[in-house]
Design a protein. Sequence first.
Length: 301
Amino acid sequence: MTIARCIAITALAVAAMAAVAAAAKPEPPQLNVTSFAACLQDGRPVFDVQDEVKAFGLSKNDLLIVYLSVYAGERLPIVNTTLQQPAFEKWGVAFWERESVFVETLKRQAHNDSVKAITPGMTFQWALDACGYDNGPQGHPFCASLLQHNVYRTLGRYMKNIDKHGVNYNPTWFRSNRSDWINVQIPAIHAKLVSLRRDNNTEKWGEWYHTFGLATYGVDVMGVMGMSGGESWEKFVVFMDTLLNPILAGGAEDPVKAEIDKQTVALAYNFLQLQQQKPVPKPTAGLCETRQGYVLQPWST
């Protein structure tokens, strides 16, 4: 088969999937993106996104999208050594030490009887603490979002971090206590996490790591490309990810999760906009400690 024919067939397949996607019944919005963004801020000092760009070397070629798009154990021919491994080392391995600090807090709170539910606002603060305050009291929101993506993806998809040859790409904090994580800590943490969906789906890891992964990417591209340009680009990336999921992940993406992905672009935009408001609006007292602060009602559960 010629290269031209392969390209033509691929283009037709993509066009067909686009037509199916356009005809599919849209899922209702899941997240309250205004309240969610306010709960992530919740009285914390504002930050300058350009400081995050400088601190973490963010750029159009920083390979973050490569890292976020592919599980560590799914090593792709050719691009593995040129793109995938460098991305894994930059956005995965380099953050393992800070992840280990964050997961200790996560474990402790999961077993704290006085904590009835764990919400994104709570975990964002714990991740900020793990990332450190070397730049001032505002901390590093980019790092806090990335840590959460990395940890939730590991906890929910750790088998995806082992390649076909048995090479284990899971972080050292997980591998060193694998049995305890699988049998004790993962169930305990998962039970406390609030659902980010309105339906009665009981699996939570996917929505949590997707949300914080796209929030991380939003800070990246909106910091590098500007608010408007970055928002448009991230919307395109989310669209293509949903469209190509049957090819890249072996099946159509869950429609609810696809809707949450789209809304997370708006969440990142709203969060960055809050940094420019004076005074920064504060959420209703107590709202951020409940699911209601993040997910639209009514719920099926």
